[in-house]
Design a protein around this ligand. Structure first.
Ligand code: C5P
Length: 272
C-alpha cells in the first residue's frame, strides 16, 4: 500500500446496486483502498450488510444517505448509522439548524452508548445538479454561490464537521469553516479523464491544493480498464500533492491530518 496518509484521504464510491458487486469491488481494491462510500443505490439494495461487510473487513465507511427530514427522524437515522459503525455520514443542510444540531447530538449519544468514535457528519449545501433556474423553481432566491456559502456557515454553526463540496469550492469552505472544517470533495477527475456528468471537476492534485480533506472517487476507478492501477495512480498523485502541501504555505489553509476522519485518530455552483 502506498502512502498511508494519501490512502486515508481517498474514498471510493461503491456506486453499485448489489452486495455481490460491492463485495467484489472491496476485495479487488483492498490492496490500496480502505475507505468506501455506501450511497443510496447500494444501501437501498443491500442495507446494513454493505456497511457491516466493510467494517468487518477492517475498512472505513462513508454512509452517504443525505438525510433530510424532521429533526426527530433524522436523529433516529443518525443514531442507527452510528450504531452500524459509519465513520462519516451526510445530512442536507437545508433541513435547518435544529435538524443539524439534533443529528450531531444523536451521533454523540449513540457513539457513547456503543463506546465507539462519533461518526463525522458533513452537510450537503446545494446539490451540484441544481442550476440557477432549478433553484428559482423551488423557491430559492439567493444566487447559488451565496446559498452554498450560507449553508456552509450554518453547517459550521450547528456543529457539523464539514460539508461536501466541489473541489473548486474547497478553499472557500476552509476559509468559512476553519482548517478543521472538512471539505469532502467528489468531482475528482485525473487529468485527461472523462468528465461524465461532473461539470465542476478537478484533478486529485488540484483538489488537495485547494484544501480538500477527503477525495470521493467513483467512475475514474470503477470504470478504468485496470481499476487497481487507476487507484494507485490517483494515490501517487495525491501523495505528491500532499508532500508539496506539507512543505508549502498551504499547510494551515488546507487543514491538517487531524481534520481527516482517520480510523486511528479518531458554482458559481455550490455544495454537493
Ligand atoms: O463517479 P464519480 O467519481 O463522479 O462519483 C462521485 C461520487 O460522489 C458519486 O457517488 C456521487 O453520488 C457522489 N457525489 C457527486 N457529486 C456531488 C455529491 C456526491 O458526484 N455533488
Amino acid at each position: 500500500m502506498g502512502s498511508r496518509e494519501a490512502a486515508e484521504r481517498l474514498v471510493v464510491a461503491l456506486d453499485v446496486t448489489s452486495m455481490e458487486e460491492a463485495r467484489a469491488w472491496v476485495e479487488r481494491l483492498w490492496p490500496e483502498v480502505r475507505f468506501f462510500k455506501v450511497g443510496l443505490g447500494l444501501f437501498t439494495a443491500a442495507g446494513p450488510a454493505a456497511v457491516h461487510f466493510i467494517k468487518e473487513r477492517g475498512g472505513r465507511v462513508f454512509l452517504d444517505l443525505k438525510y433530510h427530514d424532521i429533526p426527530n427522524t433524522v436523529a433516529q437515522a443518525v443514531a442507527s448509522a452510528a450504531a452500524l459503525g459509519a465513520d462519516l455520514l451526510t445530512v442536507h443542510v437545508a433541513g435547518g439548524r435544529s435538524m443539524l444540531e439534533r443529528a450531531v447530538q444523536a451521533a454523540e449519544e449513540a457513539a457513547a452508548r456503543h463506546r465507539q468514535a462519533r461518526p463525522k457528519i458533513v452537510g450537503v449545501t446545494v446539490l451540484t445538479s441544481l442550476d440557477a433556474r432549478a433553484l428559482e423553481e423551488i423557491g430559492e432566491a439567493l444566487p447559488l454561490s451565496d446559498l452554498a456559502l450560507k449553508r456552509a456557515q450554518l453547517a459550521k454553526a450547528a456543529g457539523l464537521d464539514g460539508v461536501v463540496c466541489s473541489p473548486l469550492e474547497a478553499r472557500t469552505v476552509k476559509l468559512a469553516g476553519g482548517p478543521r472544517f472538512l471539505a469532502v470533495t467528489p468531482g475528482i477527475r485525473p487529468a485527461g479523464a472523462e468528465l461524465g456528468d461532473q461539470a465542476r471537476a478537478a484533478s486529485p492534485e488540484m483538489a488537495l491544493q485547494c484544501g480538500a480533506d477527503l477525495l470521493v472517487v467513483g467512475r475514474p476507478i470503477l470504470e478504468a480498464p485496470d481499476p487497481l492501477a487507476a487507484a494507485r495512480r490517483i494515490l501517487s498523485q495525491m501523495e505528491a500533492a500532499m508532500k508539496e502541501r506539507e512543505g508549502g504555505a498551504g499547510r494551515a489553509a488546507a487543514g491538517r491530518d487531524d481534520a481527516a476522519p482517520g480510523a486511528e485518530r479518531g458554482k458559481e455552483r455550490g455544495g454537493a
